[in-house]
Design a protein around this ligand. Structure first.
Ligand code: GRF
Length: 193
């Protein structure tokens, strides 16, 4: 369990690849008094990620890293994280898989949000797969990141009911709404707050 030291907020980086709606909710949360984290850096593997705009609006430094040679890029990211004294990482719709070496450097300090009730439906296309299997419920999970995809220790989950005429898109929307509430809650739980 991570312990809060003094009153300073934990300097956090959020990794994104696309829209950044979870980033938006994390930024909003980070500005509240009760938040143990501050968002000090946004990292994207995609220069066109919509979420990057949130950097400008909120005056948060943003960096884009195009993943060609993974090891090389990860080392560059690690030095940027060091430069900005980042102590925690929140993956929020980040579509790249981080190496074991990278994860080891931030052991127990990388969180991810996943749009399913893990351990069910790891990986991509979670909503369609849940519908194909005629699940009654789906949801989202915030978990620690370890070297196996979507397999780290679960911090918090939220269940949503799948309705009769549910489509992949309607389910995605429903789950995403819950994700925005779940990520901040999971962070509070992680710090025993
Ligand atoms: C979310 O559903 C998240 O769980 C998944 O990718 C989506 C990202 O959405 N990993 P956004 O970029 O935060 O809007």
């Amino acid at each position: 369990m991570v312990k809060l030291i003094g009153y300073k907020k934990i300097r956090t980086a959020v990794f994104i690849s696309g829209t950044g709606s979870n980033l938006k909710s994390l930024i909003k949360f980070s500005k509240t008094k009760k938040s143990p984290i501050s968002i000090n850096l946004i990292i994207s593997n995609n220069a066109k990620a919509k979420g990057l705009k949130l950097g400008k609006i909120n005056k948060i430094i943003k960096k884009v890293f195009i993943f060609k040679k993974k090891n090389k890029i990860e080392n560059q990211i690690l030095s940027v994280l060091k430069e900005h004294e980042i102590k925690m990482i929140c993956l929020a719709g980040f579509m790249k898989i981080l190496s074991e070496n990278f994860i080891r450097k931030f052991k127990g300090k990388i969180l991810n949000i996943h749009p399913s009730l893990l351990p069910k439906y790891k990986g991509l296309n979670t909503h369609q797969r849940a519908l194909n299997n005629k699940e009654k419920y789906s949801g989202c999970t915030v978990h620690f990141v370890n070297s196996k995809l979507d397999s780290g220790k679960i911090i918090l989950q939220k269940k949503v009911k799948i309705s009769k005429n549910e489509t992949k898109d309607s389910l995605a929307k429903k789950v995403l709404n819950q994700e925005h509430k779940l990520y901040p809650k999971a962070i509070l739980k992680m710090f025993n707050l």
